[in-house]
Design a protein around this ligand. Sequence first.
Ligand SMILES: [Zn+2]
Length: 82
Amino acid sequence: MTKSEKLKPEAFDKDGWQVDQKDDWQGNNVAFTCRACGRVFIVSGRIHSGRRTCKCGQSEGFVKGGRKSGGSAWLVMKEAAN
Ligand SMILES: [Zn+2]
């Protein structure tokens, strides 16, 4: 099972800070906080082609396009098997 969490451009204030402080999205670069291990990892549209898995392997961040140009960014988490 996986769970996807989409970043909302409207969750950022006029200075570009995300109100809930978990993630950051500037242009086509996103810093996600892994919900499983707490590590912050960067996903760049340019360097990582918009897709990168956290070191722990439990979450994968995606970014497509820029925050101010109709792009999207989301984090997919693998749910631990119970
Ligand atoms: Zn992680």
